[in-house]
Design a protein around this ligand. Sequence first.
Ligand code: BEZ
Length: 243
Amino acid sequence: MAFVDRTGQQVPNVVFHTRVGDSWKDVSTDDLFKGKKVVVFSLPGAFTPTCSSTHLPRYNELAKAFKQNGVDSILCVSVNDTFVMNAWAAEEESENVIMVPDGNGEFTEGMGMLVGKDDLGFGKRSWRYSMLVNDGKIEKMFIEPEKEGDPFEVSDADTMLKYIAPDWKAQESIAIFTKPGCQFCSKAKKLLEEKGLAYEEIVLGKDASIVSVRAITGKATAPQVFVGGKYIGGSEDLEAYLA
Ligand code: BEZ
């Protein structure tokens, strides 16, 4: 394989064919990179387990922190067509990440990252890597080590963010069960927002039912808040915790 670190080089010049609604839209690398500070992460395939459970969601989750540290956009490249990438983005609700469908593998090949995954029936795909690109010029690359399988050690969002902002400390992940129309739920979300804390909202009736809340907390009310693996409780408990 022998991947080459392309720091100092320009990204390959490629046009991506994307589908927006029922129209085709060509997007060039100039459109994506010119005059912008961009973080790119590239992975072997939409809908695959590690890509879906960790690689993409964490970049999406940390998008605000990247922005606060001068990054204009975050791109996810995969050797998949635009319909697959769009469907994956919709399923993952990854609205902070721009999907780049490199269906022909031209960008990935230009980066020297195209690998054969014929053993899995995947054909040619991208090796996992991430890079920081400033106005089209590669400033830093994190390339996964050349090991068997699909190593995922350095191209993650936390590694890239710590490179860009060494003092940045990961906020503990926060999840909140809410119910539509619940005023204590609105209060809890406001408390988190006032502290600038990102959170994931699990809406009862849409993402889960009260059965999950009862099973996890032993209570049958909303909101219910969790921080970094700890159960906090309702809005008053959250207020006390944040104070
Ligand atoms: C994964 O993301 O877990 C994965 C990627 C490529 C092939 C198989 C699994």
